[in-house]
Design a protein around this ligand. Structure first.
Ligand SMILES: Cc1cc2nc3c(=O)[nH]c(=O)nc-3n(C[C@H](O)[C@H](O)[C@H](O)COP(=O)(O)OP(=O)(O)OC[C@H]3O[C@@H](n4cnc5c(N)ncnc54)[C@H](O)[C@@H]3O)c2cc1C
Length: 199
């Protein structure tokens, strides 16, 4: 088995390394000394840099506005981004994988803006009583009048506090019916009834 990286992959790795060293590393100290968190103007500059370096949505297809990299290529990139301390890798956004399964309309409204970094999404699976074991999940999806209404509590939701625009929260939820252990259903919802605690 030949485990040598191709030239394309080595170039990609070098690109991600240069981004990490030149764009992320300079903010490590400020991020550390602030207790975690950068000023809005710095975040805006980082946002522009992610787009300029074409590292936005590396996990999404090109036709949806992503970079179309393979899982292996994503690993190469994330290995480099992960060298930055203080979770600075998180300024490089990866819209939830499940968003790619939306309808054309959902992709227009949620996936493409997420790929452009105009909105952040969060991916919420875990609950206070259900971590690794999806059979303990208690969140319910009730279908009424052609719409799903979700009821439940999620926690440990990375970016749950920032996945919000104008009061509307974009959260991708996997809801598993606990009694039947049915396959998880993907539900995308822009919910005015969602409340956030903690953060
Ligand atoms: C920083 C951070 C960010 C997170 N972001 C998100 C997010 O964005 N969205 C989201 O949905 N979740 C998120 N999570 C939650 C994360 O996915 C859960 O922590 C994870 O699913 C484990 O659940 P738990 O912590 O409740 O551990 P538990 O499920 O209570 O497990 C505790 C320990 O028991 C072990 N264990 C569990 N079940 C078994 C078993 N049947 N047999 C043997 N061993 C077992 C586990 O391996 C683990 O070591 C985040 C967590 C952290 C810490």
């Amino acid at each position: 088995m030949d485990l040598t990286l191709s030239k394309e992959d080595r170039d990609l790795q070098a690109h991600a390394r240069a981004f990490t060293e030149q764009v992320l590393f300079p903010h490590e100290l400020a991020n550390e000394e602030s207790g975690g968190g950068l000023p809005p103007e710095t975040l805006a500059a980082l946002h522009r840099a992610v787009l300029d370096w074409r590292l936005n949505a590396i996990n999404q297809a090109r036709e949806d506005g992503g970079q179309g990299y393979s899982v292996f290529q994503q690993a190469l990139i994330n290995e480099e981004l992960g060298k930055a301390t203080g979770c600075l890798w998180d300024v490089v956004w990866n819209p939830a994988y499940s968003l790619r399964f939306g309808s054309a309309e959902q992709k227009r409204d949620y996936l493409r803006p997420s790929c452009r970094g105009e909105r952040r999404d969060a991916f919420a699976i875990t609950e206070p009583g259900a971590g690794s074991d999806p059979r303990m999940v208690r969140t319910k999806a009730m279908r009424r009048n052609g719409r799903y209404y979700l009821s439940g509590e999620k926690w440990f939701v990375t970016a749950g506090d920032v996945a919000s625009i104008g009061g509307a929260v974009l959260v991708t939820l996997l809801v598993a019916a606990a009694a039947s252990y049915a396959p998880a259903r993907r539900i995308l919802r822009q919910s005015p009834g969602t409340t956030l605690r903690g953060a």
